[in-house]
Design a protein around this ligand. Structure first.
Ligand code: AMP
Length: 362
């Protein structure tokens, strides 16, 4: 299918080709016509499927020709990182349309608060917000949501996991009852169904296979003790001299400095970035999301995850979520023995998993 078959306005099509998107992804093919028809929608899709453009494109299509500055669309997301990312995608895709947008999230200063307040009070076409910060503004009484026509919940499962259920209900109570609601979620546990039944009316539904979006990424795991991790990173980098860009995610800010220091010492041109994400936000930005970023819709990527003894249970949960066992790789012999894969009896995978390193010891 071609984007031109989706009835999108020519200015939207222009931006799509400017962004270098050639064909719609499956979720875009399904969702764009439904959203244009004003249907409510539940989409089970993880990051990497093109889900963001699947809701931004039809919203932009509807915004062509809007002349007032009222808030038309509210997008609620679990983390500040995602809010920034979506707002940037809106900016890219609305290049040929006059559309205003504002991200609302915590961690900024007084100036940020004023900019956010202005957008919520005097209007801008699209607001992308994290629940906590939005509630803080709502409590001040100046937010004008009277004209909101579209509510989009992105990564809804993550928002519920982070304990935002009550906040979401409260936010929705400020919105007009007649509106279009779209719910995107990487997984569909019963609590998402309950939320959907409260917020959506006769929704259309699409479920994309959970492992599909990361198809372009080959995933690998190294089981490591903590003191082997820097060595493991060097080992990975030495094998990838042809790569232009490699991103290393760590679980805490202090690890960033240590890794950058160690890599620079070894002659790798490394730079550290760390934000002031709240501890719980940091923990919740999970593995699946990160790995989805590795390969864009039509390119390839590789992801390596270093797992110590404490992280094995979490890794096991991720494997259950993505319904795949990720290959274990072996570190060079001189780095010593790696920890053995162990998860508690109750959560053992159904299929017996034989790690590679066992072969090596034989
Ligand atoms: P998402 O699933 O929204 O996180 O998107 C993953 C990536 O795919 C983003 O970098 C998008 O810019 C990109 N993308 C979205 N739609 C398309 C498309 N139709 N063709 C190529 N890339 C796309």
């Amino acid at each position: 299918m071609k984007f031109t078959e989706l009835q999108l306005h020519e200015d939207v099509l222009e931006a799509i080709s400017q962004m270098g998107f050639e064909n719609p992804t499956p979720i875009q093919e399904f969702a764009i016509p439904k959203i244009i028809e004003n249907k409510d929608l539940i989409a089970c899709a993880q990051t990497g499927t093109g889900k963001t453009a699947a809701f931004i494109l039809p919203i932009l299509h509807k915004l062509v020709g809007k002349t007032d500055t009222t808030i038309d669309t509210l997008i609620i997301v679990p983390t500040r990182e995602l809010a920034i990312q979506i707002e940037q995608e809106i900016q890219g895709l609305s290049y040929f349309i006059s559309v205003g947008s504002q991200a609302i999230y915590g961690g900024g200063d007084g100036k940020d608060w004023d900019v956010q307040k202005d957008a919520l009070k005097n209007g801008t076409d699209i607001i992308v917000a994290t629940p906590g910060k939005l509630i803080s503004h709502l409590q001040m009484g100046y937010v004008n949501f009277k004209h909101v026509k579209h509510l989009i919940l992105d990564e809804a499962d993550k928002m519920l996991d982070m304990g935002f259920a009550d906040d979401l209900e409260k936010i929705v109570s400020f919105l007009p009852k007649v509106r279009q609601t779209l719910l995107f979620s990487a997984t569909m546990p019963p609590k998402i169904r309950t939320l959907a039944s409260k917020l959506l009316k006769n929704p259309e539904e699409i479920t994309l296979s959970i492992s599909k979006p990361a198809e372009g990424v080959s995933q690998n795991v190294y089981l490591t003790f903590d003191n082997q991790k820097i060595g493991a990173i060097k080992h990975i980098l030495e094998q990838k001299p042809e790569y232009n860009s490699i991103i290393i995610f760590t679980s805490s800010k202090s690890n960033v400095n240590e890794i950058v220091f160690q890599l620079k010492k070894q002659g790798f041109p490394a730079k550290g970035i760390s934000s002031n994400l709240e501890q719980n936000e940091r923990e919740e930005v999970d593995n699946v999301h990160r790995i989805g970023r590795t390969a864009r819709a039509n390119t390839k990527g590789e992801a390596y995850t270093l797992i110590n003894e404490k992280d094995m249970r979490r890794m096991h949960k991720i494997e259950k979520l993505i319904e795949a066992e990720i290959p274990r790789l072996i570190l060079p012999e001189e780095m010593g023995l790696q920890p053995e894969w162990k998860v508690s009896q109750s959560s053992k995978p159904k299929k017996k998993f034989k790690p590679n390193y066992k072969k090596k010891k034989e």
